[in-house]
Design a protein around this ligand. Structure first.
Ligand code: ZN
Length: 168
């Protein structure tokens, strides 16, 4: 049942293992928030593996208690192989709008040991803002390292968290 209240909040989380490109590993090109980073390792994923877009989709869908990205776009479906994750965000935005909601703002964190994303955070924000139809000032992306510990800190994985506020 739809809420009669005016706001909903959602959280999304995603992680992808990072591997070398073929033939050494199964890593794809490293794309985060629609920005391609020049790096020898990339995500192991059925789609293009954009960890930030995936967390963003789950935040939007989570806010409305709708099916998550894995249910929307199964990784067993051939049509989703290598798919541009922009399309997942576009579909999530469509579902949010169809349910009578709009995005107010996004706050996201990407946890990646290397490369550092400081120089491209604004490009990620601009990409997300354009997809959501909001001002760039309504989208924040923060980069964090994992202080050298665990899989993320050892450069073997990348994580993202996103929080989204929706309004009627
Ligand atoms: Zn993912």
């Amino acid at each position: 049942m739809a809420s009669v209240e005016g706001f909903r909040i959602g959280h999304g989380y995603d992680l992808h293992r990072l591997e070398d490109r073929p033939p050494l590993g199964r890593g794809r090109a490293l794309v985060i928030g629609g920005v391609m980073l020049d790096w020898p390792k990339g995500p192991v994923a059925h789609s293009d593996g954009d960890v930030l877009y995936h967390a963003l989709v789950d935040a939007m869908m989570g806010a409305l208690a709708m099916p998550d990205i894995g249910q929307m776009f199964p990784d067993t479906a051939a049509e989703n192989a290598g798919r541009d994750s922009r399309e997942f965000v576009i579909e999530a935005v469509r579902r949010v709008g169809a349910a009578g909601w709009r995005v107010v703002n996004v706050d996201a964190t990407v946890i990646l040991e290397k490369p550092r994303i400081g120089a491209v955070k604004d490009a990620m924000r601009a990409n997300i803002a354009a997809l959501l139809g909001v001002e760039a000032g309504a989208v924040n992306v923060k980069g964090k390292s994992h202080e050298g510990v665990d899989a993320v800190g050892e450069g073997r994985a990348v994580e993202a968290h996103a929080v989204v506020l929706l309004a009627r």
